[in-house]
Design a protein. Structure first.
Length: 269
């Protein structure tokens, strides 16, 4: 009997499935099974999972891409990547927050575990453009914790808002600390595939007295269409032990401290 593989292996396979479907628009299930060298039943299970997360549509004998979803932007998919690393980041970054602080969080799935922890700290005001982050904090039940959701144009693939209205609301906010995560970083330069999100991440950094960047090793050595400065605007960068030394050195040359965490079992993408 064919092994279903570990959770990390299954997620890597599903990412391959999603990428092929997005690139080709529609792919027959038999072709996916042949390419992945797995059974058709395994592909059916993978597609059912991806469809439940609203990442693609499963039709008779085929998997069909949703036009608004890309592998790089789909929060519903990225949430399940690098989970051990994200938990280690959250444990460290939560120490930067004190009761009574005003905290800015962007919509990156890297920050979801941090949001859960912040939801247990009393008396915070948490400002975010992410509907998911707002629900994670609001559902934790910490007393006297207020969640402020930045409005604007909503994008389902990010489960968040961005655009002119979001920036206008943010311009009236002054935070104690901002936490952000880039989609891509190379030699300390930060990138995002969507201009509105690049603008928002830059504005969040400027709206806080201190700022911290959380980025796992899979984001390094990559670029995207829109740059938004470099790591020099941050007071702390947190990454993991699999990040190339030359990438860490590029950040440190800007005078920014880099804290490297060693999770017990960091999954790979």
């Amino acid at each position: 009997m064919q092994s279903r593989g570990s959770e990390a292996e299954v997620e890597r396979r599903r990412r391959r499935v999603l990428r092929q479907v997005i690139e080709e628009g529609a792919v027959r299930i038999a072709v996916l099974a042949e390419n992945l060298q797995v059974s058709a039943m395994t592909v059916h299970r993978d597609l059912a999972n991806l469809e439940s997360r609203k990442l693609l549509e499963k039709r008779r004998g085929m998997a069909v891409a949703l036009p608004e979803v890309t592998v790089e932007t789909a929060t519903r998919f990225r949430e399940y990547q690098q989970t051990e690393v994200k938990e280690a980041f959250a444990e460290l970054l939560a120490r930067e927050v004190s009761p009574g602080d005003t905290v800015l969080l962007d919509c990156g799935s890297t920050l979801f575990p941090l949001a859960r922890r912040l939801g247990r700290i009393e008396g915070l005001t948490v400002v975010t453009n992410s509907v998911r982050v707002a629900s994670l904090i609001g559902g934790a039940g910490a007393p006297r914790t207020e969640v402020v959701l930045l409005g604007g144009r909503y994008r389902p693939d990010f489960e968040a808002c961005a655009g002119t209205d979001t920036l206008r609301h943010l311009s009236r906010i002054r935070a104690t600390i901002a936490f952000s995560s880039p989609t891509a970083i190379d030699r300390a330069r930060l990138f995002h595939p969507v201009q509105e999100w690049a603008d928002l991440k830059e504005a969040m950094r400027e709206a806080a007295e201190r700022s911290a960047l959380a980025v796992d090793h899979t984001k390094f050595g990559r670029t995207a269409t829109h740059g938004y400065g470099d790591a020099s605007g941050y007071d702390l960068v947190v990454t993991d032990t699999a990040t190339p030394e030359e990438q860490i050195a590029a950040i440190e040359r800007l005078g920014v401290p880099v804290h490297v965490v060693a999770p017990s079992s960091a999954s790979t993408d």
